[in-house]
Design a protein around this ligand. Structure first.
Ligand code: SAM
Length: 271
C-alpha cells in the first residue's frame, strides 16, 4: 500500500509540473558527449555515472537561464566534482556572466575540476573550496540573488557503510541525507536551487519538502534501465527492501535489471 503511495506521489508530481520525460541507457553517454563544445575531452573524476552528469547539466542549464533573467550573479555548486555541468552552462548560456563557487570534499575531484575550468578558459570566474557540503552550507550564508546547484550523493546506502566506492553516491539510509539538509536550509527567499535526485531517494519526503518551501519551476524525469552503483550486489537488495517499504520507487525490471528514475528539479525558495 505504502509502495503504491510513493509511486502515485511521484506520478502526480511529474504530471503537475509537466515533467520533461525521457529514457537514458547505461553507457549511452560517453565522456565526449559531456562537453561537446571544443576539441578537448574533459577530465573525469572517479564518479562513474556519465549519464547522471549529463542529466544534471540540463538542470544547471535551466538554472543559468533563470539566473541571467533574474539578476543572479553567483552559482554555488555543492559536490561539484569535474565541474562539467557548470562549465557547460557557462559556455551554452553566455548571458550568465556571474561567478561559480565549487565545493567538494574530494581532493582529486577539486584538482580535476580546476583543470577543466582552466581548459575551458573559465578559471577567473571560479572559486574552489574543499569542504563538506553541509558544513559549507552551515557556515556560509548564501547571498540574496544567488543560485545553489547540487547533484549530491542521493542513493540509499545501508547504515554504517564505509566503502569509498560509494562516496560520490552515498545519501544515507534513505538517500535524503544531503537533499533534506539542502531543502530545509535557511536560504534567502528567491534563491534558485537546481537539484538532481532520484526515485530511490524517498520521493514522498523529498516532494513534501519541495512543496513546503519552494515554487517548482522545472522538472525532468529520465528512466534508466539500470544504474552502475545500484546493481552492486551490496546495494541492490537494500534498495529493493526500501522500495517494499515505500521509501524508493523502482521501475519494472527488464532483463533482470532494476530500473529507476533520475529526477532533476529547478526550484525557487518561497519561504
Ligand atoms: C554524484 S557526484 C556529482 C559530481 C558532479 N556534480 C556531477 O554532476 O558530475 C557527487 C560529488 O559530491 C562529492 N561529495 C560526496 N560527499 C560530499 C560531501 N560530504 N561534501 C562535499 N562533497 C561531497 C563527491 O566527491 C562527488 O564529486
Amino acid at each position: 500500500m505504502k509502495h503504491k503511495n510513493a509511486h502515485s506521489v511521484l506520478a502526480q508530481f511529474f504530471d503537475q509540473h509537466h515533467a520533461v520525460r525521457g529514457t537514458i541507457a547505461r553507457g549511452h553517454i560517453t565522456p565526449t558527449d559531456l562537453l561537446p563544445l571544443g576539441h578537448v575531452t574533459p577530465r573525469l573524476t572517479r564518479f562513474a555515472a556519465h549519464h547522471d552528469t549529463w542529466l544534471f547539466s540540463k538542470v544547471v542549464g535551466v538554472v543559468a537561464e533563470h539566473a541571467s533573467r533574474s539578476g543572479v550573479t553567483s552559482i554555488t555548486d555543492l559536490g561539484a566534482g569535474s565541474c562539467i555541468p557548470t562549465i557547460r552552462a557557462c559556455l551554452e548560456h553566455p548571458q550568465y556572466t556571474g561567478r561559480v563557487t565549487c565545493v567538494d570534499i574530494d581532493d582529486d575531484a577539486l584538482k580535476i575540476g580546476a583543470e577543466n575550468v582552466t581548459t575551458y578558459q573559465l578559471a577567473p570566474r571560479y572559486t574552489f573550496v574543499r569542504n563538506d557540503m553541509l558544513d559549507y552550507l552551515d557556515r556560509n550564508s548564501i547571498a540574496t540573488h544567488s543560485a545553489l546547484v547540487a547533484n549530491p550523493p542521493f542513493l540509499p546506502v545501508p547504515p554504517g557503510s564505509d566503502d569509498p566506492y560509494f562516496l560520490p553516491v552515498d545519501g544515507g539510509p534513505d538517500g535524503t541525507h544531503y537533499l533534506r539538509a539542502i531543502l530545509t536550509s535557511a536560504l534567502p527567499v528567491g534563491t534558485l536551487v537546481g537539484l538532481e535526485w532520484s526515485s530511490l531517494s524517498n520521493p514522498a519526503a523529498v516532494i513534501g519538502m519541495m512543496q513546503a518551501f519552494y515554487d517548482v519551476l522545472y522538472v525532468q524525469a529520465f528512466d534508466i534501465d539500470a544504474g552502475i552503483y545500484t546493481e552492486a550486489p551490496r546495494l541492490r537488495p537494500y534498495i529493493e527492501a526500501q522500495a517494499a517499504r515505500g521509501l524508493a520507487v523502482v521501475n519494472p525490471p527488464a532483463d533482470g535489471l532494476m530500473g529507476w528514475t533520475f529526477i532533476g528539479t529547478v526550484l525557487r525558495k518561497k519561504r
